[in-house]
Design a protein around this ligand. Sequence first.
Ligand SMILES: N[C@@H](CCC(=O)N[C@@H](CS)C(=O)NCC(=O)O)C(=O)O
Length: 213
Amino acid sequence: MTLVLTTYDWVPEFPRGFVRDIRVRWLLEELGRPYQVETVPVREKSPDHIANQPFAQVPFIRDGDLTLFESGAILLHLAEGTDLMPEDLRPQVQQWLIAALNSVEPFIMAWAINKFFDKDEAGAARREPLLHQRLAQLQAALGNRDWLTGDSFTVADLLMADILRIPAQNGFLDDLHGLAAYTERATARPGFRKALADQMAHWRAADERQATA
Ligand SMILES: N[C@@H](CCC(=O)N[C@@H](CS)C(=O)NCC(=O)O)C(=O)O
């Protein structure tokens, strides 16, 4: 049965390319797993949406009989038993994936909410030193390795690199060359390029649907 990935039916310009279904698309591309996309309305949160994602967010998936929300849980589920979660590195991959979600992304989101949602420049500026410190700590932990757990790209790198795209695009990695190179290395992968192109095509199709409605 084809896996179904659910995202929004439309979003405004600024989050395009960053809506978290991109992580799932990227992993599915890496794995060569076909999938189809379904949508939920971004404006009206239906009981059916909330039954699948209790916080009325996206993404969520249906994989056979299993419905899953939380991008991290989805990635862990899909990567299980694949080269992106090598058996001998499983604990370390899980550790770094959770670190991405729990120790890195919150600092980025706190800054991004101030900056882009609240348009609170002073609030965003107050968050910058802590965010920068967290990113510098991450770079130090990465050291000279290509990937977080060693020589091979794993699902933890996929998620970490996706999360690092916001700081990369906003100048936070300009003096963190190792982390910048890491993010570029990951996002140069064909799987990410395809996932990004597909997400952007999804929003363009949504615009066209709205224009003809
Ligand atoms: N922890 C959740 C966060 C999901 C999330 O924040 N989704 C965003 C889109 S990227 C969303 O649906 N935002 C709308 C909202 O929170 O109402 C995950 O990783 O899946």
